[in-house]
Ligand binder design. Structure first.
Ligand code: GUN
Length: 283
């Protein structure tokens, strides 16, 4: 049984990005610049945004973080995004989700210039993924595909089951697994008899957002289990995933821990996307 070391895979990717970025001042006269906007004080968002700052520092990408009050209006946020779109010194714009209820996430996402959309959330990037046209991949799904590659798992011909159908993880990772020639099934809250489906999975991706919802009896012996959850254990209050890790690791062939699995990969892929956007903006 392999515990998939997302921290190590992420560190290796960040190291190669760092070496690449180090060549940019001589080639292009500057380094990439990522601007992150956080609205309000959602505790998970505070942690995520801080980790993005740390990653930028580690790879030599310039970072600006803008923190706005949770009373910010949609128009104020859209005007800030428009100004950053016009700012030639900014290569990537990321607005941390979720946003307060008075702000439409869809309107914010469609306002970010497509060429600065390091999250891969813009409708044109989403369409690019689904229509196999050039696009930026969303960071968490891209990180999951790299974790599979890191342990030598080729999805081709395998049965993949994804639990969750969000725009950020479930839907795009299902499409990326399909494009990698897996046979893909998506489960969700209305799925009847989920264990009968997950037990068929060679690759099980869990992005349900519910602590320990996947139990050992739902896992095919030897399967690769990718846990995208970031939950609190209701008993201990400790950070845990959507998979009951201690029981699942006795059945799975390989499994990601929480923390230290998918999370670090999301951030490394964000660094990669920022470099991609920077390079595409060079004259
Ligand atoms: N909130 C949770 N995950 C993400 C992400 O990948 N990008 C943004 N912008 N917000 C998030």
């Amino acid at each position: 049984m392999t515990i998939i070391d997302g921290k190590a895979v992420s560190s290796a990717l960040k190291e190669s990005i760092k070496e690449q970025v180090a060549t940019f001042p001589e080639k292009y006269g500057r380094v990439p610049h990522l601007t992150v906007i956080r609205v309000g004080e959602d505790p998970a968002s505070v942690v995520y945004v801080r980790n993005k700052e740390k990653a930028c520092e580690a790879v030599g990408i310039r970072n600006s973080t803008i923190v706005l009050a949770d009373t910010t209006t949609e128009e104020e946020l859209l005007n800030l995004v428009r100004a950053l779109n016009e700012d030639d010194t900014v290569d990537g714009i990321l607005v941390q989700l979720p946003l307060p209820a008075q702000i439409s996430e869809a309107r914010v996402i469609e306002t970010i210039a497509r060429e600065k959309d390091v999250d891969g959330f813009h409708p044109l990037n989403v369409a690019g993924l689904w229509q196999k046209n050039p696009h930026v991949n969303p960071c968490t799904p891209a990180g999951i595909m790299k974790l599979l590659a890191s342990i030598g798992v080729d999805p081709k011909g395998k049965r993949a089951v994804v639990i969750g159908r969000s725009n950020i993880v479930g839907l795009p990772v299902a499409k990326m697994l399909l494009d990698a020639n897996a046979t893909v099934t998506t489960c969700h809250t209305r799925t009847v008899d989920m264990p009968s489906i997950t037990r068929e999975a060679d690759i099980l991706v869990v992005a349900a957002g519910r602590a320990k919802m996947v139990t050992a009896d739902m896992i095919k012996p030897g399967a690769v289990v990718i846990d995208v959850g970031m939950d609190r254990d209701p008993e201990t209050g400790k950070l845990c995933g959507d998979v009951d890790f201690e029981a699942a690791k006795e059945v799975a062939g390989a499994i990601t821990p929480v923390p230290g699995g998918v999370g670090p990969m999301t951030i490394a892929c964000l660094m990669e996307n920022t470099v991609t956007c920077f390079l595409q903006r060079q004259p």
